[in-house]
Design a protein. Structure first.
Length: 151
């Protein structure tokens, strides 16, 4: 086992690379992950182990992100709360005629970036590049390749 120090933003990216990308609204898978690739059972075991550890950290970040959205966001017509990068500019008739930057977005983004820059140490199996020599993929898995896998 090895220990790697990641920023929380890297952990979010790594978790998506391992598990695949899901639509936050519908929960449906939008992009496959490393666990969906044809790899050895041994590598799937260790990827699954790393995936569980990253998912635990993702589950810690999500409520904090939601708190920031509530803090800086506005309630929409359907009751949902969100922070948009731009606000609508309306004319006297209430029609949208343009957009202006939302100052709350910058505040949200700064606090969220601060959160994602925090570091955590993760203990995991050492992955070697040769262990994945048979994988043929069109996906990039850049966080996994740059931060986890060893040549």
């Amino acid at each position: 086992m090895v220990k790697t120090t990641f920023k929380l933003g890297e952990i979010l990216a790594l978790s998506e690379e391992i598990h695949g990308l899901q639509d936050r609204q519908t929960g449906s898978k939008v992009q496959n992950g490393l666990l969906d690739e044809k790899i050895s059972l041994v590598q799937k075991y260790w990827l699954n182990d790393l995936g569980k550890k990253t998912k635990e950290l993702v589950d810690e970040v999500e409520p904090l992100r939601n708190e920031l959205i509530k803090k800086h966001g506005d309630e929409g017509p359907d009751g949902s709360i969100g922070v948009s990068a731009f606000n609508d500019v309306k004319n006297e008739e209430g029609e949208v005629v343009g957009k202006i930057p939302n100052p709350k977005w910058n505040e949200f983004q700064k606090e969220y970036d601060d959160l994602l820059s925090q570091e955590r140490e993760v203990e995991h199996h050492e992955f070697l590049l040769g262990d994945f020599s048979e994988v043929k993929t069109e996906s990039r898995y850049s966080t996994f390749m740059n931060r986890v896998i060893k040549p």
